[in-house]
Design a protein around this ligand. Structure first.
Ligand SMILES: [Zn+2]
Length: 243
């Protein structure tokens, strides 16, 4: 990684673009939506959000050489009658099982909010909640960036035992669980942004890892870690989320 890149300049430009897009008046000649200007197209989005390596010290600490190592399993075999492509279950999911679009694609297409079904364990009501994509990705990416080396390839407790949201209907706290459903329709991006993937069963996580060609053996903390890293990588392919 070229740590001499003027990240702050890029970030400033990005912020200016955001403002100009929002106001539609200050820079009428600049049509690019946030995060997709030509100069930043191949920049890790984690940097644009002010999360990534902004100086040489943190870069050298947080990005050891072995982070570039990828661990892939050989070709995966689908069962008879099973196809890799499915109807996209959400606007932010692709037609490939267990794959979501990149942030670049999502922001380019005006997808800024990610919705998902939840159910309260107290009042039993089902309803939708939504997350702000940029805000939640920024929080998660910051957490991973600051804690990845300490995780040692295992999901931390906060991922294994997710802190559930409060119920907006009955007012009880930490009682709203995501509705998981069938494997092919799991709302991976919603679960990822809410750091709720730990609510999935081990078999759900193995399904995800199978279709993203990650190792799917081992304990839940290992497979859960791989699931988070794969999703972050899908969102920000040039970010520091290699396994
Ligand atoms: Zn409730």
């Amino acid at each position: 990684m070229d740590i001499s890149m003027p990240f702050n300049d890029i970030r400033d430009e990005h912020l200016t673009l955001q403002l100009s897009t929002a106001c539609s008046s200050t820079r009428p000649t600049q049509q690019s939506p946030p995060l997709v200007s030509s100069s930043s197209q191949f920049e890790p989005i984690i940097n644009l959000l002010g999360v990534g390596p902004l100086n040489s010290h943190t870069a050298s600490v947080a990005l050891p050489c072995n982070m570039t190592r990828t661990r892939r399993t050989p070709t995966q075999i689908l069962r008879e009658g099973q196809t890799e492509d499915i109807p996209a279950p959400y606007p932010w999911a692709t037609t490939r099982r267990a794959h979501v679009y990149s942030l670049h694609h999502l922001f380019s297409n005006g997808i800024n909010k990610i919705r998902g079904m939840v159910q309260c364990k107290k009042c039993d009501q089902k309803y939708e909640i939504e997350y702000d994509l940029e805000q939640k990705f920024g929080q998660l990416a910051t957490y991973v960036y600051q804690n990845k080396s300490a995780m040692r390839d295992r999901a931390p407790d906060v991922w294994m035992n997710p802190i559930l949201p409060d119920c907006k209907l009955c007012g009880q706290t930490t009682c709203v669980k995501p509705v998981i459903g069938k494997k092919r329709s799991i709302n991976w991006l919603f679960l990822c942004l809410g750091q709720l993937i730990g609510c999935c069963k081990l078999n759900d996580l193995k399904y995800f890892c199978k279709h993203t060609k990650n190792h799917r053996t081992g304990a839940k903390d290992r497979v859960l870690y791989l699931t988070y890293m794969e999703l972050l990588k899908q969102l920000d392919p040039n970010g520091p989320f290699d396994i």
